[in-house]
Design a protein around this ligand. Structure first.
Ligand SMILES: Nc1ncnc2c1ncn2[C@@H]1O[C@H](COP(=O)(O)OP(=O)(O)OP(=O)(O)O)[C@@H](O)[C@H]1O
Length: 262
C-alpha cells in the first residue's frame, strides 16, 4: 500500500474579478510508496504547491480521491491528519516569537507530552539535524542563518515522529553550497528514519540528485513520472528540454574538473 496516493485529483480556483477559473491541478494521479522520496518538479504556477496543500487538507479537491496511509482523507479530521504528516515550508516559516526549542517542541506540546519529554525530544532532534543543542536551543529565528533556520524547520516537522513528510521548496532560498549539503543530509535522514517524502522544487538538478522518483508538472498535469533514468528516456519535449541544463552542466563540469588532474 502506498503511503500517499492521488487518484484523478482536480482542483480549480476562482480567477478573481474576471470570472474565469484556474485549473491548478488537472486529473493528477500518482503514488508514493513507503520509504520513497518523490520529488515534484515544475515551473512557476504549474500546480506543485496546490498538490501539497491538498495532501494535508489545507484545501480540498474538487474531484478525485487522496489517500494517506490508505485512508481517504476527505473524511478525516484535518488537524489530526496534519499531526501525522510533518511539513517543511520554504524559508523554515518558523514562529518568530518562539525560541528554537519552542518551535521544535510545539506539536509534541500540543499532543500533551510532558515538559521533560518535549525537552528531551528537542535535544534529540537538534542532534539529528546537526545543530549543537546547548548553543541553539534558546535562540530565536532571527538569530539564525538561513541554513540553520531550515534545519530547525526540518526538526520541527519531525518532532511528533511522522511517517510522512511534505516539503515545499525547503532549500530554495539557500546559497548553492548550503542547499546541496542540506539536501544530501535530508536524504540521509529520510533513509535512516524510513520516511516517506514528497518534496517540491523548481530545480531539476536538485530533483535528479535527491529523488527516488520524479514527477514533472506542467499546467496542472503530470507530464511524466519515473526514476531519473526513466525521465532520461522520455520522449516528451518539455521533459527533454528540462534535462538539457543538467546535461550541459554535467558535461562542462566533467571537462573542467577531470578526475586525477593535478
Ligand atoms: N488560493 C488560490 N486562489 C486562486 N488561484 C490560486 C490559488 N492558489 C493557487 N492558485 C493558482 O493555481 C495555479 C497553481 O499554483 P501553485 O501555487 O500550485 O503553483 P506552483 O507550481 O507551486 O508555483 P510556484 O513554483 O510559483 O510556487 C496558479 O495559476 C496559481 O495562480
Amino acid at each position: 500500500m502506498p503511503l500517499i496516493a492521488f487518484e484523478h485529483v482536480e482542483k480549480s480556483f476562482d480567477g478573481g474579478g474576471d470570472g474565469r477559473s484556474v485549473r491548478a491541478v488537472n486529473d493528477v494521479s500518482f503514488a508514493v510508496a513507503k520509504g520513497e522520496l518523490l520529488v515534484i518538479v515544475g515551473g512557476s504556477g504549474s500546480g506543485k504547491t496546490t498538490l501539497l496543500r491538498l495532501a494535508n487538507r489545507l484545501i480540498t479537491a474538487d474531484r478525485g480521491v487522496i489517500r494517506i496511509e490508505g485512508e481517504d482523507i476527505s473524511g478525516s479530521d484535518p488537524v489530526a491528519l496534519r499531526r501525522r504528516i510533518g511539513t517543511v515550508f520554504q524559508s523554515g516559516a518558523l514562529f518568530p516569537h518562539l525560541s528554537v526549542a519552542g518551535n521544535i517542541g510545539i506539536t509534541p506540546k500540543l499532543l500533551g507530552w510532558s515538559k521533560a519529554a518535549v525537552a528531551a525530544r528537542v535535544d534529540e532532534l537538534l542532534a539529528l539535524v546537526q545543530l549543537d543543542a546547548a548553543q541553539y536551543r534558546d535562540r530565536f529565528p532571527h538569530e539564525l542563518s538561513g541554513g540553520q533556520r531550515q534545519r530547525v524547520g526540518v526538526a520541527r516537522a519531525l518532532a511528533a515522529k511522522p511517517a510522512i513528510v511534505l516539503m515545499d521548496e525547503p532549500f530554495g532560498a539557500l546559497d548553492p553550497l548550503t542547499r546541496d549539503a542540506l539536501g544530501a543530509q535530508f536524504r540521509a535522514l529520510h533513509d535512516r528514519l524510513g520516511l516517506t517524502t514528497m518534496m517540491i522544487t523548481h530545480d531539476i538538478t536538485e530533483a535528479l540528485l535527491l529523488a527516488d522518483r520524479i514527477a514533472v508538472m506542467r499546467e496542472g498535469r503530470i507530464l511524466a513520472q519515473g526514476t531519473p533514468a526513466d525521465l532520461a528516456g522520455s520522449d516528451d519535449g518539455y521533459v527533454n528540454d528540462m534535462l538539457q541544463t543538467p546535461r550541459r552542466q554535467a558535461a562542462r563540469l566533467q571537462a573542467l574538473l577531470p578526475r586525477g588532474a593535478a
